[in-house]
Design a protein around this ligand. Structure first.
Ligand SMILES: [Fe+2]
Length: 294
């Protein structure tokens, strides 16, 4: 339950307005403002660490730009650890170390049934929106070992900002999206029966530390929204905002050695083209922790 003194409580206008003012004050409007050059991503200097943390505190995300170290999964693992990201989420397709290697599946490979393992675009979402509450994905990293020949860029939007825009439009959107049954993910079946049970939950919730958490996907398949008018209106409002140009929305393509460090902000992915010489390799790490001190 959301506490009544939280700025995210839809009836608490005073706290909301001061949170809103602080949030928008000096908010970066160019992707360059989020990028921090780092010499050794596995062992950041105090200045590099502070610069990344400052960005994460403001926008829930930062991009580090390190040297091209090729296929080295220690980079995301050790980068995460320096920000208190320790508890990796295991999922069906992750590697033994729970960091997932995202590449285009070869013909006939089972994982090719899942969009991340294709070269197709991915619509707006937060990671792990289908996870149970105790396995919520709070932190996320995407590290680029090798970019595609062409494409594969991400749009990024701080979920705090989306909340703010929706609430400014109508606090009723927030009330609808905080309902425990706002969004349901039907069970996923495989040859052994139920691979994942149905999950229902809110879009917006607050964490024990008071921060805002968001579960969302713009996918229309494998998702069921509550059929009341308020939820339908709120979902349409999200859809409209995500389709617009907003000064807080960033576009970026990760190049080799770069990575996104974030509190599971909203993101999408454009389609891309691999060639035999340039195949996209991304490492994705999902955590049950938020970035420390954010
Ligand atoms: Fe994602």
């Amino acid at each position: 339950m959301i506490r009544s003194d939280s700025p995210f409580h839809p009836d608490n206008d005073d706290a909301y307005l001061s949170w809103r003012e602080a949030k928008l004050r000096g908010y970066p409007q160019r992707i360059e403002d989020l990028v921090v050059k780092v010499a050794d991503p596995k062992a950041l200097t105090a200045e590099e660490h502070a610069a990344l943390l400052e960005r994460c505190r403001k926008t829930n995300m930062a991009i580090y730009a390190g040297p091209d170290l090729g296929e080295d999964k220690d980079v995301p693992r050790l980068m995460g650890r320096q920000f208190g990201l320790e508890h990796l989420d295991a999922n069906l397709m992750s590697d033994e170390d729970d960091i997932t290697t995202l590449t285009v599946a070869e013909n006939g490979e089972k994982k090719g049934e899942f969009i991340p393992y294709t070269d197709r675009p991915i619509r707006w979402h937060t990671d792990g929106y289908y996870n149970r509450p105790e396995r919520r994905i709070l932190g996320m990293m995407l590290h680029c070992a090798a970019p595609a020949h062409e494409g594969g860029a991400n749009a990024l939007l701080d979920h705090d900002i989306l909340y703010l825009l929706l609430r400014d439009e109508s606090p009723d959107h927030i009330r609808a999206l905080m309902q425990e049954d706002a969004m349901s993910i039907p069970a996923r079946m495989d040859e052994n029966g139920v691979a994942r049970p149905q999950e229902s939950g809110p879009v917006f919730s607050t964490l024990p530390g008071g921060q805002l958490h968001m579960r969302y996907t713009a996918r229309t398949r494998s998702i069921a929204w509550k059929q009341d008018a308020a939820t339908q209106a709120a979902v349409a409002a999200i859809d409209k905002l995500l389709g617009q140009d907003l000064p807080w929305k960033f576009q970026h393509r990760l190049e080799a050695g770069m990575g996104l460090l974030c509190n599971n902000v909203l993101h999408d992915r454009t389609s891309f083209v691999d060639t035999p010489e340039h195949k996209r390799i991304m490492y994705r790490a999902r955590y049950h922790d938020r970035i420390g001190q954010t």
